[in-house]
Design a binder for this molecule. Structure first.
Ligand SMILES: [Zn+2]
Length: 243
């Protein structure tokens, strides 16, 4: 006698109601009675890979990069910030903006800045250099940055027809001036060479080129005569614009 088949190999008993009398479940309409019974949905063709289908492709394109590591670094740098809701105003977008209000050692941003984490990190690292230059050249500690603007939905140089500014992506900050303990503040502008103020501005402008891809200011053009524009615009081949 052969061994009995394991249970999992036994074909399942049919669930069809074989023994029900023909008239037990009489259809109410004649049309239904003619319809053949389809026990399972008809087979469907395999779906397209998710990365190729429209909605998913769109979602991939707009899904924000994970900036958890960046936020951790920002905290380690002693920056005070809080997450803001995603920005989407037409073409102006920032999926993960932060509100930055203070840097390490209490260096203030009185108006606060709306920035991507990457730009906030670049700014925070630059501020440590600004502090060092303030101590070295001015012998007075830096207490704050005067900010002109961070996130603004606009074209370059406020031209509506121009390519969107990095400000439109929370990738830029305009620095109008610097404040210190025990001395007058220093506005960003063209200054006669030789003064401590001029030396300080030249030094911090040069340092900014190590942290930002774009550094513009007095002398670049009329639109930048009274502030440093710092941004993280991506360029082909990692080209930087440091003027
Ligand atoms: Zn700017």
């Amino acid at each position: 006698m052969p061994p009995t088949r394991p249970a999992e190999l036994t074909p399942p008993a049919s669930t069809a109601p074989k023994d029900v009398p023909k008239d037990a479940a009489k259809p109410v309409s004649g049309a239904d009675s003619a319809k053949p019974e389809i026990p399972t949905p008809p087979p469907t063709p395999p779906g397209r890979p998710p990365e190729l289908s429209g909605q998913a492709a769109l979602a991939l394109k707009v899904s924000p990069p994970d900036d958890t590591a960046c936020r951790t670094r920002l905290k380690r740098l002693g920056v005070d910030f809080e997450p803001l809701p995603p920005i989407a105003e037409g073409q102006c977008t920032a999926p993960l903006p932060l509100k930055v209000t203070r840097f390490a050692d209490g260096v203030a941003l009185p108006q606060g800045a709306t920035l991507t984490c990457r730009t906030a990190e670049a700014l925070a690292r630059w501020v440590t250099e600004v502090q060092a230059e303030a101590d070295r050249i001015l012998k007075h500690p830096l207490t704050g940055l005067e900010l002109g603007g961070s996130y603004v939905c606009r074209g370059q140089n406020h031209d509506l027809d121009a390519k969107l500014s990095e400000h439109a992506f929370a990738n830029a900050a305009d620095i109008m001036g610097f404040t210190f303990a025990g001395r007058a503040s220093i506005p960003v502008k063209t200054m006669a060479e030789g003064s401590d103020d001029a030396q300080f501005l030249a030094a911090v402008r040069g340092k900014a080129c190590g942290f930002f891809r774009t550094v513009l200011g007095p002398g670049t053009n009329a639109a930048h005569a009274n502030h440093f524009h710092l941004d993280e615009r991506e360029r082909n081949g990692g080209h930087r614009l440091c003027e």
